[in-house]
Design a protein around this ligand. Structure first.
Ligand SMILES: *[C@@H]1O[C@H](CO)[C@@H](O)[C@H](O)[C@H]1NC(C)=O
Length: 234
């Protein structure tokens, strides 16, 4: 249940105040392209039994970085709640993500799943591009890997939620808060995707794309996505 004091959305850069309890984006199941959430390759995008299936494909340019998929909301929001039911990808080096991001201010709030770590999820927070400057304080950057309480997040679809208010940010898995953090304050878009960065040790890569078992790439599933704009009073 969500009770909002006011619902504020930025639609194409313009501040909109919408009715109480209205919702910016609600995709209970995916049946194809939609205006609220724009999904694209160069990786493979499929809609299967109501799920968005994002497949990281082998590189086709002679390089070693796989072809990613990203879905981005057509609106930005300043505070709100994002909830998605996700089955992460498998395999070391493959990263599935659900992210709130502002590419200009470099603020970011996210969940990230690493392909060969399927009983945990990363909860990350970056304030003003902290990956690119020093010094870093705990109020500006945070990464923690938390248990999802399941044997395999690629088989079990959990509900992952980010609640972002002027006072705090919380990350929860199936209704249990797994991390809590100070605020971010730039409007952000909502993104889901799958990628691999061959240079990131953290993700356990690199992927050996010459291995025949990688030829069909790696997939993650998004079963639903809901975005409520504004401040949840609960
Ligand atoms: C990013 O934040 C800046 C500063 O608050 C804002 O002007 C801009 O519209 C935001 N970008 C998006 C995509 O929301």
């Amino acid at each position: 249940m969500h009770a909002f004091s006011a619902l504020v959305c930025f639609v194409w850069g313009q501040l909109m105040v919408t009715a109480v309890n209205s919702c910016c984006i609600d995709i209970p199941s995916f049946s194809g392209p939609n205006d609220a959430f724009v999904i694209g390759g160069p990786g493979k995008v499929d809609y299967v039994d109501g799920a968005l299936v994002m497949t990281l494909l082998p590189p086709n340019d002679g390089g070693d970085t796989g072809l990613s998929v990203i879905g981005t909301s057509s609106i930005s929001l300043l505070y709100g709640t994002v909830e998605a039911v996700i089955q992460q990808s498998t395999s070391a080096g493959v990263v599935t993500y659900l992210t709130l991001i502002n590419q200009t201010t470099k603020d970011e709030i996210d969940f990230e799943w690493i392909g060969n770590e399927r009983q945990t999820v990363w909860t990350n927070f970056f304030y003003r591009g902290l990956r690119e400057r020093d010094p870093v304080t705990l109020n500006e950057i945070w990464s923690s890997q938390v248990s999802t309480g399941s044997d395999d997040n690629s088989e079990i679809a959990h509900t992952y939620k980010i609640q972002w208010t002027p006072d705090f940010i919380s990350w929860s898995v199936d209704g249990t808060i797994v991390h809590w953090q100070d605020k971010n304050d730039s409007p952000m878009t909502v993104n889901v995707g799958i990628w691999n960065d061959q240079d990131v040790v953290w993700a356990n890569g690199p992927i050996d794309w010459k291995d025949p078992t990688t030829a069909n790439g790696f997939s993650a599933k998004v079963l639903s996505l809901k975005v409520w704009c504004g401040v949840d009073l609960e």
